[in-house]
Design a protein around this ligand. Sequence first.
Ligand SMILES: [Ca+2]
Length: 343
Amino acid sequence: MNRRIAILIGLSILVAALFGSNLLESTAQISIVPTPTKTAIPPTPTWTSVPPTPTNTAIPPTPTWTSVPPTPTNTAIPPTPTWTSVPPTPTNTPVPPAAPDLGIIQTSLPDSVAEAGASISVSVPLTMSNFADLDSAMWSWGDGTSDTCPVDSALCAVDPGDGFVGTVSGSHVYGQPGVYSVQVMAVDQFGQFDMATYEFVVVYDPAAGFVSGGGWFYSAPGAFTGDPAAEGNAVFGFVSKYKRGASRPDGNTQFQFHAANLDLHSTGYDWLVVTGSGYARFKGSGTINGAGDYKFLVWAGDQNPDTFRIKIWWEEGQAVEHVVYDNGFDQEIGGGAIVIHTK
Ligand SMILES: [Ca+2]
């Protein structure tokens, strides 16, 4: 028995003695059951798990701009251009005056026809500006030769005339029969020029022979201007020959194109040119279906094969041609023959 129990027992005996045995009995029970202790009550939790206030040690450091390029220096800037290439203010260089102006070429030839070996002369009016001088003038004769002014010669001469209008004249001898285009050109001191052309000078040789032909050819659509669709065979017959002492050839030409109701009869010839031994050209006038005044030109080839071309037109004034018929080229004939008669 420990001290505490002994005290209790002593107290109980004292109480019992004062208040009876019942109290003693209850006092005896209390002393048997130990007073429970409250040691099992769980402690009030404390919030020791609160996370600590973070420190800012993870913040990245402020970058330093050590790689910033250095401030450029202006040594690479191109220099300010200077306007040294500005064109100079134009001076009043005189504008060239009007170019030379040539008129219409005139010839000494009746009907533009000359006998081979004869001298022909030509002239053309020339208008010059008051402010320009003629540098040169030149005749091109069409046979591969030319003559240039200024030359104190009948071959090429310039007459200044009165005022600004003068004349360029020239002369030439054609040695061979042919049909030639004559051209003249005038150039002033500034290189300005003008040209004029004369078509054609016809040079014939009465002794060169004559031409005859007869036959037919196929006339294609387009040859007859009055009805371009007309086509079919066309027939021809002709003779052209210089008689002794005559300046114009003699003969006759007929041409018929039935699809166009075209019937040409010659009334006269202007000229005949026989070149070499195989080619002749002659020009004449005639009527169509018995009326009118038409011109015609025939190209006749005595070759292999023979060829024939005829062009028919009428003239309005001196400058305008109205073509009636033209088969257009040296066309092989379909039948017949063309003969150049040479001595
Ligand atoms: Ca022949």
